[in-house]
Design a protein around this ligand. Structure first.
Ligand SMILES: [Zn+2]
Length: 233
């Protein structure tokens, strides 16, 4: 195999590694952003559950207040009933007492229902809080991991770029300029192998002249896609 082919394949290997590392690097900010969003969503969920708990506590306090109020009212009416002389008045007060007792009983039932609900909501809050705490920690670790990865990738790219520059040196200018143009164009390899008379990039049949030129190990491009081609030996 001609030296330039070997050199170009070696250069291409390094360039493709650099490209892959850069692609990985480019993905990281979005990954970090997503983690931040997830953390925010979890926080919102936690806050909402906490609000629900507080609302139940508030409702409980209201009902407790109502019960106290009604009990005061009850005592007042009972005291009053002890002092009335007339039978009719006494009867009226008794029915008032019954009414207040019914109301107290209704409030107490409401209180029990609220207690259950509040307990349920508190349990939910503890669960959400536990998930939030665990996930927050793992999100933080993941973020740190990604930040470390950025540093490592950048370091590796710098190293590879030095190697790449060295590998470019022995190659002829015409080879380099065509190769560089193809490399900058897309995501594929600029220099591809001929396989069964077809271009390794576009997989279309090559003309006999093109195949001949590649066999002679001259700088050759695919008739269709323009990629540089070579025969493996
Ligand atoms: Zn092609």
């Amino acid at each position: 195999m001609e030296k330039w082919i070997e050199n170009l394949l070696s250069l291409q290997e390094t360039d493709l590694r650099i490209r892959n590392l850069r692609l990985r690097l480019e993905m990281i900010p979005e990954e970090i952003r997503r983690l931040g969003m997830e953390l925010e969503d979890n926080k919102k969920k936690l806050d909402l559950t906490k609000e629900n708990c507080m609302r139940f506590d508030l409702d409980m306090k209201k009902v407790e207040g109502s019960i106290k109020e009604k009990n005061v009212e009850l005592q007042r009416i009972q005291a009053q009933s002890a002092m009335v002389k007339k039978n009719e008045e006494y009867k009226a007060l008794l029915s008032e007492i019954e009414n207040v007792k019914k109301k107290i009983s209704a409030f107490e039932t409401e209180q029990l229902v609220l207690m259950d609900k509040a307990e349920e909501e508190k349990k939910k809050f503890r669960d959400v809080e536990r998930v939030f705490n665990d996930r927050s920690k793992s999100i933080k670790d993941e973020k740190t991991g990604l930040e470390d990865l950025v540093a490592r990738l950048k370091e590796e790219i710098v190293k590879l770029e030095i190697i790449r520059d060295e590998k470019r040196k022995p190659l002829p200018q015409n080879v380099l300029s065509l190769y560089s143009r193809l490399l900058s164009k897309g995501s594929s390899s600029p220099f591809v192998q001929v396989s069964q008379g077809m271009c390794g990039k576009c997989h279309l049949k090559l003309t006999p002249q093109t195949i001949n030129s590649a066999r002679k190990e001259l700088m050759t491009q695919c008739d269709n896609c323009g990629h540089m081609i070579y025969f493996a030996k």
